[in-house]
Design a protein. Structure first.
Length: 766
């Protein structure tokens, strides 16, 4: 019987309750474990984006990522040095972190070696105060006490470097598993930096084969010949083949009680007392399609497995396993991202037992992630990844999801209750693939969808379950990756046609009768005029469209952003032009924002500011009109793994901005939230604000544009500002830039539009 552990989550990067303004969180999956290690206190599981620490009983876990301590992402190796009590983390770019009691020390020396195109750290071997990094070019010996390179062993001439995949020593010799054979050198050789002192083991069946790993067991030196899918062992005199019955080997590893062999779907623990085979995490021999990537036996003899599908898994008895669950999304592969009802909905993609991508959903609310996959809901079994969400106006726990080949799903309380495709609806399919790209729901809960594999690419589904095709003249899609669609506050439907522009329509009477509707397809164009010259620019690669609080439309393109300030005039005769927002840097020149960037996402925060995601340069925050750049985040100045942003969604009530990337989901706590209707619930946090708090005082629950004045109890004005949506912040400093003294401070809130006021008291302890 599969046993799931309900873990106590103690994540430093996910502190539940109020997180600080400007705080980053890494919402990365800890399911695809690639490496595991044992420290004196914990079992450590590494994914590409972070570390999961579990006590050896599996009851408490913590996580560390780039958002709360690690220097990088793209983890490729971990190892524990016992005597200095240091956990080493190696990265794909050659970076190295050393975690010890005093904190995390970064050792970036390898990343700076520009002459080495590939610096991936494949394996780390520790002995005493030294660590050997098996890298794509050779081996680096690191002095852990001095934190410096002691030696570098290049395994080959400069133009013929061999990759060191693993390292071991037996007797008086070092043995290195490389991508071109097993190399041997005397351990006491004083010049191992000279590649000519390393000798190729010619006695192997194929001496230049690719060897993935190397391990010692029962006096034998085992190597995994990856080229020929076999295990070979050296007894000190000759090489022999061992365990020919074991196939599809991924790697081997030494264990105190035997030899661990990892295969596709099995973990073998071979020892003197007998062989143990793990092929399932369920009793009764029921296969689950396990996918082990690493394993170890801890100091108590307990077997731990790092699994690509099931994460960190511990064996408690011969037939009982626990899966260490973390508070994170199901997967880092995000295919759609939306905010609704103060929740984040992330469509994720996982791989089923036959290796096909399958839809799953991760929902974030109040600091907690809930994951739903085919294991939880049979309605998601064999469903292709989700492409978009749409939410019911009248029923908050109901929503739709479109898919990249499996039609349309309807959810109630996060369970699939209806599934529509070409077999039971008017949706169309091509080669048995029913693609639905984008969704939008109106105030009457009518759903509008795009179906490029159908005869009519646009349609509607009523709340009563009736499908209606909408064959507007001239409407077609050039490819199946059509962009999103929205319904504006004035009832105009806008559909993105990536290579053609925009299609707009407005339903006048019944949805079924399109003859009285307004509709028009336009290219995306901008017009600039300074009274002397007029410049018209056309745009392609239309990616997204959003409506801001002023009912302006912001359109993302392959060359920046276009804004339509009076979009309903699309139905008027004549040209339909937008404008490119221009930076105001005081020079009076026309400088369109991001004009050389491919835009992937646009989102509007509570202060009507614009978050813009790009394909290569990260995320940008612009002022309401787009004329001032307020913030810029990329892989160099933030925890984001790179400059690629796939989607952006914002939780209105908390101001948390979520960024979907190619390596998972990250969020940043913004200083703007959605404005409230009044000031009745306005409050300040933290209160009291203690001397240990180094953030800002945050006033929430304000109306949009609330005027804020902070005074001391004698009435001296200290600070004033206006809210961004429903939030204002104060850095608890006076006009001289110094932190204010201990005392009670009065926050006067004035809403000019509502003509209401409120006074809030804040205690500051210096």
């Amino acid at each position: 019987m599969r046993k799931l552990l309900l873990s106590l989550i103690l994540l430093p990067c996910l502190i539940y309750g109020q997180s600080r303004i400007g705080e980053w969180k890494a919402h990365v999956s800890f399911t695809p474990v690639i490496k595991i290690a044992e420290t004196s206190e914990s079992i450590v599981a590494a994914t590409a984006n972070g570390l999961l620490f579990a006590d050896k009983e599996g009851r408490q876990i913590t996580a560390t990522t780039k958002a709360n301590g690690l220097s990088d992402d793209g983890i490729s190796a971990i190892s524990y040095a016992t005597v200095p009590n240091i956990l080493l983390i190696g990265y794909q770019n050659g970076n190295l972190d050393l975690i010890q009691k005093g904190g995390i020390v970064n050792f970036p020396d390898l990343t700076r070696k520009v002459e080495l195109p590939n610096k991936t750290i494949h394996r780390i071997i520790c002995e005493g105060n030294y660590a050997w990094l098996c890298c794509a070019f050779g081996i680096v010996k690191v002095d852990l006490l001095k934190v410096e390179v002691a030696e570098t062993w290049y395994l080959g001439a400069q133009n013929d470097l061999k990759e060191a995949n693993d390292l071991a020593f037996m007797g008086d010799n070092w043995y290195v598993a490389t991508n071109h054979g097993i190399l041997i050198a005397p351990k006491q050789n004083s010049n191992l930096q000279d590649y000519r002192n390393w000798k190729l083991q010619s006695g192997l069946p194929q001496p230049d084969a690719d060897f993935s790993s190397i391990a010692l067991s029962d006096g034998l030196l085992f190597v995994h010949d990856r080229s020929n899918d076999q295990l070979l062992a050296w007894d000190g005199n000759k090489w022999l083949r061992y365990y020919p019955e074991i196939k599809q080997i991924n790697g081997i590893k030494s264990a105190p009680n035997g030899l661990i062999i990892l295969t596709k779907g099995e973990v073998w623990l071979i020892g003197k007392s007998g062989n143990k085979i793990v092929s399932s995490y369920q009793s009764g021999g029921i296969t689950e399609g396990i996918d082990p990537r690493d394993a170890l036996t801890d100091s108590n003899g307990k077997l731990w497995i790092g699994d690509n599908r099931f994460g960190l898994t511990g064996q408690t008895t011969a037939s009982d396993f626990i899966h260490i669950e973390s508070n994170s999304p199901e997967s880092d592969q995000i295919t759609a991202l939306n905010s609704a009802n103060e929740e984040i909905f992330a469509a994720t993609s996982t791989y089923n037992t036959v290796g096909n991508p399958e839809a799953s959903i991760s929902i974030y609310q109040a600091g907690i992630w809930q994951n739903f996959s085919a294991a939880d809901d049979a309605g998601l079994k064999s469903i292709r990844p989700i492409t978009a969400f749409a939410f019911s106006i009248s029923h908050p726990d109901e929503y739709w999801a479109s898919t990249a080949g499996s039609g349309l799903l309807y959810f109630q309380k996060n369970r699939v209750t209806a599934h529509y495709n070409e077999l039971n609806s008017s949706l169309g399919a091509l080669n048995s693939s029913c693609v639905v790209n984008s969704l939008a729901a109106d105030n009457q809960n009518n759903l509008f969808y795009t179906n490029p594999t159908g005869k009519v690419p646009l349609g509607s589904l009523s709340q009563s379950g009736n499908f209606v095709s909408l064959p507007y003249p001239g409407l077609n899609f050039s490819n199946i990756t059509a962009g999103n669609q929205i319904i504006s506050k004035t009832g105009v439907h806008w559909v993105v046609l990536p290579q053609e522009g925009l299609f707009a329509f407005k339903v006048k009477g019944s949805i079924e009768n399109i003859t009285d509707d307004q509709f028009r397809k336009v290219a995306v164009q901008s017009r600039f005029s300074n009274g002397t010259i007029s410049l018209i620019t056309s745009f392609g690669e239309i990616s997204t469209i959003v409506e801001d609080h002023s009912q302006d439309l912001w359109v993302g393109t392959g060359a920046g952003v276009v804004v339509y300030t009076n979009p309903d005039r699309i139905f008027d005769s004549g040209e339909f032009y937008g404008a490119q927002p221009s930076l105001d840097d005081g020079e009076g020149l026309f400088k369109p924002i991001l004009e050389k960037e491919k835009i992937t996402a646009v989102a509007v925060d509570g202060g009507n500011r614009k978050w813009v995601g790009t394909a290569n340069s990260g995320a940008f925050l612009f002022s309401e009109q787009g004329n001032h750049l307020l913030r810029h985040f990329d892989g160099q100045n933030s925890p984001l793994p790179s400059g690629r942003i796939d989607a952006i969604a914002i939780v209105p009530g908390s101001g948390e901005v979520f960024f979907a990337t190619e390596r998972g989901l990250f969020s940043w706590k913004s200083d703007a939230i959605e404005g409230a209707a009044g000031l009745e619930k306005a409050y300040v946090w933290p209160n009291p604000l203690r001397e240990t708090f180094d953030g800002v005082a945050t006033i929430d629950g304000l109306t949009e544009g609330t005027e804020i004045k902070v005074t001391d109890v004698t009435g001296n004005l200290i600070f004033k500002t206006s809210s961004l949506g429903g939030r204002a912040t104060w850095n608890v400093k006076n006009s001289n830039g110094k932190r204010v003294a201990t005392g009670v401070y009065l926050i006067f809130c004035n809403s000019p539009q509502q003509k209401i006021t409120k006074i809030i008291k804040l205690l500051i302890i210096h």
